[in-house]
Ligand binder design. Sequence first.
Ligand code: C5P
Length: 295
Amino acid sequence: MRRLSIRVPAKINLHLEVLGQRPDGYHELRTLFATVGLWDELEASQADDGVLKLEVSPRGFVDGGEDNLVLKAAKALWDEAGKRPGARLKLKKTIPVGAGLGGGSADAAAALVVLNRLWGLRLSQPALHRIAASLGSDVPFFLVGGLGWGVGRGEEVYPLGDVIGGAVLIGIPNVSVSTRLVYESLEHQGDWHPADPKVYSFIVGTAPAVPWEALRNDLQRYVVGTCPEVGILLGEMERRGGLRTAVTGSGSAVFALFADEEGAREAQSRLTGRWRTFVAPVLPRALARLEPRRF
Ligand code: C5P
């Protein structure tokens, strides 16, 4: 029996700019994604046609039912392929849920890649990207990995060179945040303003260095406003230094980027035990690739 396994990284948003709300209700974004080495693992083995089973561990970490994006990804592949090959899937979760670290989206992208291989579908990259975008705004990024510039809902992704390294300290407050609610709270504001042109110069490769001070996250104010705990964690982490400290995506996790792992570990040791913390490397594209392996 064929069995494949795939390691699934998380993401942070180093920059997230909201340009405004679109006629379809989504918000038009410009975002700088980076993959980080905090890993889920997805295993897939063949099963009878029409059978799709998902087991998630540890139990209670995330819902393994029909709403799980891994099952939605598998069913989207069925629709695309016009047949229903079976699979048993085991998802081992480490990436915190509802934290803005893209765990559910990454798992969905990994399911597309691993089942495309397991089932011998040979779907092209553009086809996988199209299906990924239908599953969620952040899913296509994980098919690209490394450092990426996300446009539109965030689903249109342009790969950038591996120009940012180091390691992040990630702090997890005891609250998870609904992405939809954060975006809804933005709707009443309408105080959009364009990013510093230095950000765009960096993206198109004409700025010599990362303009750290110009990077921002337009969702952060709303997340901190609704979850004071996130604001407290953010303040604590800002005091411990780093090149950039911010909420990732729509939260609730906060990251602080350091030039090396030692810096991140040092900051971790000085943070109180009130929050769960992780140290993870920023991954170059080659290490962020979703690559199924036999086991
Ligand atoms: O695309 P995804 O399902 O991840 O988005 C979750 C929710 O976040 C959407 O239903 C929408 O309310 C909001 N969203 C948005 N603009 C984006 C991405 C997400 O308004 N660019």
